[in-house]
Design a protein around this ligand. Sequence first.
Ligand code: CA
Length: 217
Amino acid sequence: MTDDFDFAPRDEPFDPFGVMLFKALQVIAFLFFITLLMIAPEAKSGKVDSKAEFLITMTWPDGHPDDIDLFVQDPLGHIVFYRRREAGFMVLDRDDRGGANDFILVGDTKVDSPIRQEIVSIRGIVAGEYTVNVYHFTAVTGKPVPVSVKVERLNPIVQVVHYDTIELNDSGEEKTAVRFTMDSSGKVTAVNREQKSLLRTLASFNGSAWTGMGMDK
Ligand SMILES: [Ca+2]
């Protein structure tokens, strides 16, 4: 019986091109490995997690003593504000109380922050209408306060959906800054300013989730 292998040439003919190609691939693989090492994840310290679908930013003049509050309601009825800083996919960063809490003590020295800002991030898409209200909690100056509200869609690129400045005139005043509607892809399909009180909605809640107006801080 004939062994087929006997008919095969014992030595492959030398192919310089093939050898060079193999060496080149080895070099490329090595360089790729080195590149992977160089782009290792950077240190996490000090990095702000800005992942969100939408940002709603309310600001009033730097250093202003008045306390303004941001209220946002999602299509499911969740309302996020200083007493409930997480609701549904919405998160309020902090309750900026103007002159009342925008400072820290370093030893005996009072260090002020001039920034007057509250931000609600929306971390997931729920289709329907969102209502953004501003509320004048403490009126120290007795003068109208210009309050700016910006709504940005973040993905896939940053897009300003709404930006405007309205005035709050006295303690206890609530205004709807904007209402906007998004579809299931996060696309904003409508914007309006029809007034709607979220404080009255909160006041109508019963049970342990909300007791009274709760305007204490
Ligand atoms: Ca506030």
